[in-house]
Design a binder for this molecule. Structure first.
Ligand SMILES: Nc1nc2c(ncn2[C@@H]2O[C@H](COP(=O)(O)OP(=O)(O)OP(=O)(O)O)[C@@H](O)[C@H]2O)c(=O)[nH]1
Ligand SMILES: [Zn+2]
Length: 368
């Protein structure tokens, strides 16, 4: 019996076990599944948006079909939906397949859970919300977020809040050279100053927001998506604060029609997520986020870790071979930035004492 080639409506079925039974994969109900976007997860119930952006756009509550096994479904996922997809009160659809993801963001393993789990799928950008003061910015935390973003194949956007309290210039100088776009906001008498710039940076993209408690992330989200939390019940109406009972992310639609063109704008808030799992980050993959350095790294010995003490790392040669002092200084700074990010993966780097770098006229040479 010839097998029909797999297509989009196929559910992943584990092979084997009942070996003799032919794998009839054609399930009529799955043939007319529809693609939906996962916006939230709460205790085994998924909120998905069917026909997202289309004329029949509607929120639907769904559960995971058994066929998916232990595979996690997370906000940002596109899924195939079957069953009652009407979205009517009390209806429950089933998620039968996860569409292949373009990006995955993992949160860090912690004491309660030793596994680095995927928390958001298909996001384009990681927005690192950092207060310029109160609480003080922590560059190591920002570095780690940048690494997580680059490793996930996402862009990094630094949103500096509370510019009324401190000057953003030093942080801008630290992050713009490594490809991080920076937006600056403050709270003024008529709302958030700088919101237009934030809108421009988010328009047409799916952006994950992260930030420590008190940095002004909720203030920002509320300005971007007025009333969103009331609608989703995530925030207590009286205190305005998140219940933060779980660390599951939630996708919220931002309406900026004049900026976004055809692509919708989403922000994905991650209550309770404070850091990202970086144990899996591969130095070469991180290097590939720095196009100029990646080209240089092609000349490195196989398996080079690209750290300051790596023998014969081509990055050091590239700094040493600069035609003049100015170029050398620029290259050294670039390599230092990369190595700073690399070091942030592990517990090694002290935020107040970044790894010792080459002064412009004394390029680092490997000790080995
Ligand atoms: N001066 C100043 N204060 C701000 C600014 N943005 C937010 N705040 C204040 O900072 C405090 C924390 O803001 P939130 O938006 O609750 O911060 P959060 O990051 O969501 O923190 P959690 O709710 O604890 O997760 C609040 O008192 C805000 O009013 C700003 O631009 N300037
Ligand atoms: Zn190297």
């Amino acid at each position: 019996m010839p097998r029909r080639p797999l297509d989009e409506s196929d559910v992943r079925i584990r092979p084997g076990r009942r070996g003799s039974r032919p794998r009839t994969k054609t399930r009529p109900e799955h043939a007319d599944s529809e693609v939906a976007l996962v916006t939230g997860v709460d205790r085994g119930r998924y909120t998905v948006l069917a026909d997202a952006g289309g004329p029949d756009e509607r929120p639907v509550t769904a559960m995971k079909a058994r066929e998916l096994g232990r595979e996690r479904v997370v906000p940002g996922d596109r899924v195939d939906l079957v069953g009652d997809t009407s979205g009517a009160e009390g209806s429950l659809a089933r998620i039968v397949r996860i569409v292949e993801r373009t990006t995955v963001l993992r949160r860090t393993a912690d004491d309660s859970d030793p596994v680095e789990r995927v928390i958001v799928a298909n996001a384009d950008q990681l927005v690192i919300v950092t207060a310029l003061a109160d609480p003080e910015p922590r560059t190591r935390m920002i570095d780690r977020c940048v690494v997580a973003a680059y490793d996930a194949g996402m862009d990094a956007l630094l949103a500096l809040t509370k510019a009324d309290l401190a000057d953003p210039a030093p942080l801008v100088a630290l992050y713009e050279p490594i490809g991080v776009r920076v937006v600056v906001t403050s709270v003024g008498p008529d709302g958030i100053v700088g919101l237009d710039e934030v809108h421009r940076a988010l328009a047409g993209r799916a952006s994950v927001l992260v930030g420590h408690s008190g940095v002004g992330k909720s203030t920002l989200v509320n300005a971007l998506v007025p009333g969103a939390y009331r609608a989703t019940g995530v925030v207590n109406d009286v205190t305005g604060r998140g219940r933060h009972t779980s660390s599951s992310a939630i996708a919220l639609r931002v309406r900026v029609p004049e900026l976004e063109g055809d692509a919708p704008t989403w922000v994905i808030d991650t209550p309770g997520v404070r850091s990202f799992g970086l144990a899996h980050v591969d130095p070469s993959r991180l290097l590939s986020a720095f196009a100029d350095l990646a080209a240089v790294g092609e000349e490195c010995p196989r398996g080079c870790t690209h750290t300051a003490d790596a023998p014969d790392c081509a990055l050091d040669e590239w700094v040493a071979d600069a035609p003049d002092a100015e170029v050398r200084a620029a290259r050294a700074a670039r390599v230092e930035s990369f190595r700073r990010l690399l070091a942030s993966r592990t517990g090694a780097a002290d935020p107040e004492a970044p790894p010792v770098s080459a002064a412009p006229d004394t390029p680092t040479t490997p000790d080995a």
